[in-house]
Design a protein around this ligand. Structure first.
Ligand SMILES: [Zn+2]
Length: 387
């Protein structure tokens, strides 16, 4: 039996499961970095723990997932020449990052052999090095003209599992993009697309027709990154797509609410996932995912416990990750948080639904405590403790 983690005195367990966002229980047990059991402490085997955490009554949720980041190397981004943005993001409760392309690499290669080499190298350097313990799924090549089916097979064989945003490279037509996305899918590589107007000089417009024709697994930043499509095109995408509908912090907030309201009317809230789209021109947002949860819950009139599912369980399911859900065998990746001091509302959930951020008190990745009281969130009322 491997190393055991017991978390006691949990006030509330958020499950990440949109069909049942709150679980009963005050205790959770993990072994070898995987969730094994949760429920009432009296009913669980808590003996022999290597680490015991007294949650002090705070809320436990699966670690948050950022579905859309642009990492380059280690914990440094050349985009805003900033160090430790991933460590800062961990302090915002995010334990997993998913690359939408390492597009901010100065001198990024655009020839076939060069882009393949960089994708494979980026996958490796984040697999081999987790900044502050954060899981970074990277190595997401941007498709360019000249890629053949064999190239996608080569990438998959080498461990590449993601494509960067379609549309950021030279492929700007739906027919070619669809062909390449289909090759990627055939070899188990997931895809996303840049939806909306150009992000920075050099990128282009991707409209709803191109998104639909390309058929990626994720409709990347459906609310624009930053310029959103006209409302009728966003509604059309919500109606037509079975793909994940990704809302990002660095997009258009009004378009984010339009997406949420449309998805709710269509009974498609299980398709909503969240990202920051940072680092980008808008900078780095260590609390970006928390801010999206609070914004969508408050202005979009979604219960906070449901909005949290957009930030962990929905993304985990859509991205086929072994984290983001309270489920036996899932990675023991958690955020422990409480209502922020002096934030209105009677409970954490009520306070978030009123638009306030929670205070993060601890993060756990693979059953190991990775951070204590957040240096970035407002201070929590109560703080968990390792005993
Ligand atoms: Zn984009």
């Amino acid at each position: 039996m491997g190393e055991k983690l017991v978390i006691k005195n949990i006030g509330m367990i958020l499950s990440g499961k949109i069909e049942e966002p709150v679980f009963d229980g005050d205790c959770l047990v993990a072994e070898d970095g995987k969730i094994t059991a949760w429920g009432r402490e009296a009913d669980l085997d808590c003996e022999g723990a290597a680490t015991t955490v007294d949650a002090k009554g705070v809320t436990l949720a699966p670690g948050l997932i950022d579905s859309h980041v642009h990492p380059v190397v280690g914990d440094y981004t050349p985009r805003q020449q900033q160090l430790h943005w991933i460590d800062s993001t961990l302090h915002g409760g995010v334990t997993t990052l998913i690359s939408a392309g390492e597009v901010h690499m100065p001198g990024r290669p655009k020839d076939v052999v060069g882009l393949k080499a960089m994708a494979i190298a980026a996958q490796r350097w984040y697999e081999n090095f987790r900044p502050s313990g954060v899981k970074v799924h990277a190595g997401a090549p941007v498709i360019e003209h000249g890629l053949e089916e064999q190239d996608f097979k080569d990438l998959a064989d080498a461990g590449v599992k993601l494509l960067g945003e379609v549309g950021l490279g030279t492929v700007k037509d739906g027919k070619t993009a669809n062909q390449m996305v289909s090759w990627a899918r055939k070899y188990g590589i997931q895809s996303t697309i840049h939806t909306g107007g150009p992000s920075i000089p050099g990128s282009g417009l991707i409209d709803a027709d191109m998104v639909l024709e390309t058929g990626t697994d994720v409709v990347g930043h459906i609310n624009g990154g930053h310029s959103a499509l006209p409302d009728d095109q966003i509604v059309c995408l919500c109606e037509s797509c079975t793909a994940a509908l990704e809302i990002v912090h660095n997009g258009n907030e009004r378009a984010a609410l339009l997406t949420l309201n449309t998805a709710r009317e269509l009974g498609k809230l299980d398709q909503i996932i969240l990202g920051t789209d940072g680092p980008a021109g808008s900078g780095v947002q260590p609390l970006g995912i928390m801010r999206m949860v609070a914004m969508l819950s408050s202005l979009g009139d979604v219960p906070a416990e449901t909005a949290f599912c957009f930030a962990n369980g929905n993304t985990a399911r859509r991205r086929k990750l072994d984290t983001g859900l309270i489920e036996a065998g899932m990675a023991a990746d958690f955020v422990l948080m409480d209502q922020a001091q002096h934030a209105p509302g009677k409970t954490l959930l009520e306070s978030v639904q009123l638009g306030n951020l929670p205070g993060v008190g601890m993060t756990v990745i693979d059953g190991k405590v990775t951070s204590l009281r957040s240096r970035n969130t407002p201070p929590a009322q109560r703080l968990p403790e390792v005993v």
